[in-house]
Design a protein around this ligand. Structure first.
Ligand code: MLT
Length: 249
């Protein structure tokens, strides 16, 4: 049986041997939702970075090498000065991102992605690509043979985030329904599964209840919530590959 765990805050990653694991990083509000939106809309790749300075440096280096990249992301939910786009999935539409590379800096999501980079496989999951992520993970079980599957919740400023825990439960629910006897659920996974199953009919209510959802509403970004809550709206699998770039699997 393959152990399934939900890492409820990124600091929990320290307890696991990532090299043997398949990791799904989840930041429903909003980084992994926006990454799925960008790739679905035709972006060539997304590079998650940890700081604004790093984002600017990487994009300048790309420019010097004759490539261009959109500088995207947020600090406190809003795009830093000089950035091309923020971190709203509504911004990552075809007209903006088709065939473009994107350097993305966010407060929690891109940090969790960078911190997971030593894992055997890293993908970005959200509600908007739930079924695609489940099918991809399941289809790669034989070839990847991960010692463990970890759903890593990006949370908010180091704290637990309800919306990421909910989506982790959705991924486990999907995996369990395809292969009920294949996985060994940690207690964190049992709890996430139970929470998802109790609330799956109203994902928007989960996002609206969450602290992060309320904060986004306070910033005037409440219109992002229905987009982030829409199951399978962007059915792509963002996969981390060479040199940290995330591309469509
Ligand atoms: C994050 O990485 O913390 C989020 O994506 C923040 C946001 O809502 O933009």
């Amino acid at each position: 049986m393959i152990p399934l765990d939900v890492v409820i805050i990124p600091d929990g990653l320290a307890h696991f041997a990532l090299e043997q694991s398949a990791v799904v990083v989840i930041d429903v509000l909003r980084a992994t939702t926006s990454i799925a939106a960008a790739l679905y809309s035709g972006a060539r790749g997304v590079l998650p970075v940890m700081t604004v300075e790093e984002a600017v440096r990487v994009s300048e280096n790309l420019h010097r090498n004759g490539e261009s990249a959109l500088l995207c992301g947020e600090v406190g939910g809003l795009p830093p000065e000089g950035f091309d786009l923020g971190n709203s999935p509504r911004e990552f539409v075809t007209e903006q991102v088709r065939n473009r590379r994107i350097v993305l800096k966010t407060t929690n999501g891109t940090v969790a992605l960078v911190r997971s980079h030593t894992a055997r496989r890293v993908i970005a999951g959200a509600l908007v690509n739930l079924s695609a992520v489940v099918e991809f993970l399941h289809s790669r079980l034989e070839s990847d043979s991960p010692a463990r599957i970890l759903c890593v919740c990006a949370g908010q400023d180091g704290e637990f985030g309800l919306e990421d825990f909910f989506a982790a439960g959705g991924i486990l629910n999907g995996l369990q329904s395809i292969s009920p006897s294949r996985f060994d659920l940690a207690d964190s996974a049992v709890a996430a599964l139970d929470y998802f199953q109790s609330h799956q009919d109203d994902p928007l209510a989960v996002l609206e209840q969450s602290r992060h959802g309320r904060a986004l509403k306070g910033l005037g970004l409440g219109a992002d919530l229905p987009v982030c809550a829409a199951y399978d709206r962007y059915p792509v699998v963002p996969r981390c590959g060479a040199e940290g770039w995330i591309e469509k699997a």
